[in-house]
Design a protein around this ligand. Structure first.
Ligand code: GAP
Length: 444
């Protein structure tokens, strides 16, 4: 993880939020390469989920009516037990003390559980994880609103709006990608548990009785999505929630977990939420949330199968999975270590790089023309500084799948070399064929 975190900063994937002021705990900024990778993760999810007949997309507001969070159960139940150390004032989640280090930097290597055993901790108090703010100029209880802790509620409250405007029939789904906020007591493991993050959620509305089969369908689809985008199968697994650990709304739940360097961690949850959410919103809003089936003339509350992935956690899992340190040949026949991100080409922040072998004989001019030819279609990077081997290394670290080099042969036959990031093999192709080459490779 340390190597990955330092690569992320050095190459502009992730920066600490407000770094010049010492940072803000649990918040991170995506740099030039990071924002492209994150957008590609979200775009690939969006395409997989909404470019089909039975799913519509929405983009709901982050601020919602405060009654939404009463109906959802978040005001009453979205809490973690918190304890404080009376000595060093560090704050812990009461259920996560086991693994936590002591908060006093003077006691290096000491476990928080030791301080607890010595009676230094307060009694646990319930702490609500929703960030509160006020709407309008008066900061009193009548203006309280929350930053959404999940995007799902924006989908539930719009169920009938979407269904009637898009004339969808059950079963169908609604997908959304957006920011969520949780005032986590302990943030940890880089992007894994942060206070501001993005979710990619889809709620699939089904007729009660068909929910078990749709649950199985979405479990398989979502696992396949991670594998299709190159994540190692052996580092992915399902983890079922035991019946006594199920969330209050769920009939069944599985997490998709990835094996990070710090252990297995959830990247997506798949839940059978039954009719809990729509029933609660019906009860709290006084508006019917029922679906009318034209064929059977039945009116009923649909069940919901939820797929809820973290965009930020998926981003980190894709990065961790792609990171390799490998031996690579040098120009003088020796070998050196290279760091390479073997990202799926559709996720890679830059699709192609263009290099003139040397900065003379018209090579930069041809290279610039090739760059201009690629730019309307794909993210492309032009680099003419340093030895070509160093330029390859820089693109390996950025995860760029293909590098095109203009050399002396180009001047004669209008061909360039294309070097493949993973195999490091090179072949020659005609300049005119470059855009088609990239298109075919990405489609493959
Ligand atoms: N609507 C259901 C829901 O929000 P969740 O398991 O609390 O379920 C879903 O969250 C996903 O959101 C998780 O699998 C994870 O990827 C992501 N997530 C949750 N809390 C997070 C946090 N503090 N930081 C980063 N990602 C988080």
């Amino acid at each position: 993880m340390d190597k990955l975190v330092s690569l992320c900063k050095r190459r502009g994937y992730i920066f600490q939020s407000s770094e010049i002021y010492g940072g803000l705990n649990g918040c991170w900024d995506y740099g030039p390469l990071g924002v492209e990778l994150l957008r590609n993760v979200k775009e690939s999810w969006w395409r997989a989920m909404t470019y089909r007949e039975d799913i519509e997309g929405i983009d709901a507001a982050i601020l919602m009516h405060p009654r939404v969070w009463e109906a959802s159960g978040h005001v009453a139940n979205f809490t973690d037990p918190m304890v404080d150390c009376r000595e060093c004032k560090a704050r812990f989640r009461a259920d996560q003390i086991e693994d936590a280090p002591c908060g006093n930097p003077g006691y290096k290597g000491r476990k928080a559980s030791k301080c607890q055993a010595e009676g230094k901790f307060t009694e646990p108090r319930q702490f609500n994880l929703m960030f509160k703010t006020f709407i309008g100029p008066v900061e009193d209880s009548s203006g309280v609103v929350y930053l959404r802790p999940e995007t799902a509620q924006g989908i539930f409250v719009n169920f009938l709006n979407v269904q009637s405007s898009s004339r969808q029939k059950l079963p169908f789904g609604i997908a959304q990608v957006g920011k969520a906020f949780r005032n986590e007591i302990n943030t940890k493991n880089f992007l894994f548990r942060t206070r501001e993050f993005e979710q990619m959620e889809m709620q699939f509305f089904v007729k009660p009785g068909t929910d078990v089969e749709w649950f199985e369908y979405w479990k398989a689809e979502r696992m396949k999505w991670f594998a299709d985008f190159g994540m190692s199968r052996g580092k992915l697994r399902f983890s079922p929630h035991a019946p006594d650990k199920l969330a209050h709304y769920a009939k069944a739940a599985f997490d998709i977990e990835y094996e990070f360097p710090f252990g297995w961690g959830e990247i997506e949850g798949i839940h059978n939420r039954t009719d809990y959410d729509l029933s609660r919103h019906e009860q709290y809003s006084g508006k019917s949330m029922k679906y009318f089936d034209e064929q059977t003339k039945e009116r009923f509350t649909p069940y919901i199968i939820e797929t809820s992935a973290g965009a930020s956690r998926s981003f980190m899992a894709f990065l961790v999975d792609a990171y390799r340190e490998e031996e690579a040949p040098t120009a003088d026949g020796k070998t050196e270590m290279r760091v390479v991100l073997r990202l799926h080409p559709r996720l890679a922040p830059i699709t192609a790089a263009v290099f003139p072998l040397v900065n003379r004989d018209g090579m930069p001019e041809i290279s610039r023309k090739i760059e201009a030819m690629i730019r309307p279609h794909f993210r492309v990077f032009y680099d003419d500084s340093g030895a070509v081997g160093r330029r390859y290394r820089r693109q390996d670290e950025a995860g760029t799948p293909w590098c095109f080099t203009v050399d002396s042969q180009t001047l004669q036959d209008q061909t360039v070399t294309v070097r493949d990031r993973d195999s490091m093999r090179q072949e020659r192709i005609a300049i005119d064929a470059i855009v088609g080459y990239l298109r075919d490779k990405l489609a493959a």
